[in-house]
Design a binder for this molecule. Sequence first.
Ligand SMILES: [Zn+2]
Length: 190
Amino acid sequence: MTTTTQGSSRQPLEVIKVHEMILEAFESRDKAYAPYSNFHVGAALLCADGTIVGGCNVENASYGAGICAERTAIPKAISMGHRSFLACAVTSQLAEPSVSPCGICRQVLREFLPLNTPIFMLSSTYLDSHSAKGSAPKALAECLEDYMQGLSLREREAKVNKEYGRLIRVMSLEELLPLSFGPEHLAMPR
Ligand SMILES: [Zn+2]
């Protein structure tokens, strides 16, 4: 291994559940309250028991009071009693898989998601390629297979010209937030 991606510890995920989580992220995106930025974002969490919890960005006339989709989904899930999560999805209206959780959201995710949790970033065109529930698109299956095989981020990015690279990007939380600070640091002797 050439990276710190914890490849061997990646948890197996059902493609169909990941697809359902992604569809929830899109449904949540379409509920975004974003009259100021007009930038609609949806997120969804796959909980350990299979429950899927979505969230959208909710802006405010006092701009600083606005909240991102990921930080809508996390407190929603926690308040429903979920504490263990298998994956997260984020999408926007952009036709490329380039919208990732912002810095604050990465830290909030870090509080609850293990570092090896996959974060899926979706192009809006993912829906065009396949929107039906009940069967997952081939692109997602290929993307997940590369990730689960333990390919490093660099190896996966080299495959970005594959069809799925235009629709989906997946990174572990640790890849998104290296050398992160978490609850375990507060428990260290000092
Ligand atoms: Zn954010």
